[in-house]
Design a protein around this ligand. Sequence first.
Ligand SMILES: Cc1cc2nc3c(=O)[nH]c(=O)nc-3n(C[C@H](O)[C@H](O)[C@H](O)COP(=O)(O)OP(=O)(O)OC[C@H]3O[C@@H](n4cnc5c(N)ncnc54)[C@H](O)[C@@H]3O)c2cc1C
Length: 308
Amino acid sequence: MSALILIELNGSEVSANSRAAITAASELSDSIDALVLTNDSAHSTPVASLSGINTVKMIVSPELEHPSVEVASKLVAEAMSGYKYLISGSSTFSKNILPRVGAYLDVQPISDVCEIKSNNTFVRPLYAGNIMATVESNDETMLLTVRATAFEHSPDGGSAAVENLSPSIPESNSIFVSLQESQSERPELTTAERIVSGGRGLGSKENFALIEQLADKLDAAVGASRAAVDAGFISNDYQVGQTGKVVAPKLYLAVGISGAIQHLAGMKDSQVIVVINSDPDAPMSRMADLVWQTDLFDALKDLNDYTQ
Ligand SMILES: Cc1cc2nc3c(=O)[nH]c(=O)nc-3n(C[C@H](O)[C@H](O)[C@H](O)COP(=O)(O)OP(=O)(O)OC[C@H]3O[C@@H](n4cnc5c(N)ncnc54)[C@H](O)[C@@H]3O)c2cc1C
């Protein structure tokens, strides 16, 4: 019942998603390998030093610097031979690849797993997290994506063996053109311990800068509601919710956000929720540990002055 972790790298670092996938895999199997698709054999080093991995299977080729999803999914499907589970963190990376691997292997992927009940029974959210479904799979091979907020992140401390695989790299109909990454000095949204998140109540892109200012003072990540993103206050990389990022920080400070179910789906597992809103009936307040019912501009001025 061995498990293969599809590793997602951020540059040369192993993503928090992949570390959570290892912890999830350890609940299913005591034989866990990792698969890395890359153009750089040096990427074996950070993966081999992850705790809990037996063997790192490397597929290294210049063509894998920016592999198309068609190429990646075919290589992953071939590498699955002999494994019971393929596990990856929930992210756009895995959501792109695993359904295609499922098509090659003729199995149904199970996404966003939050809890493992047994070796074929998993808990996952439905309807924007309003229902937690317990699903059972009878497939011979199981493909899972797991939420990084629901599992501990496996630390460094291992010394796995490294094995090079040499499959032929399949042809692809699509080619890589360019990559535009948003650069930020702030903590990464999905793994941040503190998040200051702004909504439509901010009123403008210029006012949204007050959220960024406070986030910097608190060493926090910036989040946003979809209404704030749609209004152009900030880019959609920062959207929290059903169609944005899922977060579970220690502190979630929601400023001028009403608390639609689609927003709550992305942040309801936060440990402490603080709401700044002038509307006492905003649904967000029902989730909150602390509600500051006031004009948000007064509150942000006070907080920004206080934290100077
Ligand atoms: C399929 C689908 C997917 C979606 N996915 C997401 C998602 O991933 N994430 C998401 O966020 N939304 C999502 N939405 C949109 C969601 O339904 C809401 O429209 C959105 O979350 C509202 O954003 P908001 O709370 O910023 O705006 P509003 O609902 O307009 O709330 C603004 C809040 O600001 C308060 N406010 C205004 N001025 C002040 C002031 N001066 N001082 C204090 N408080 C003030 C108001 O009282 C109000 O509570 C989705 C919708 C659909 C249909």
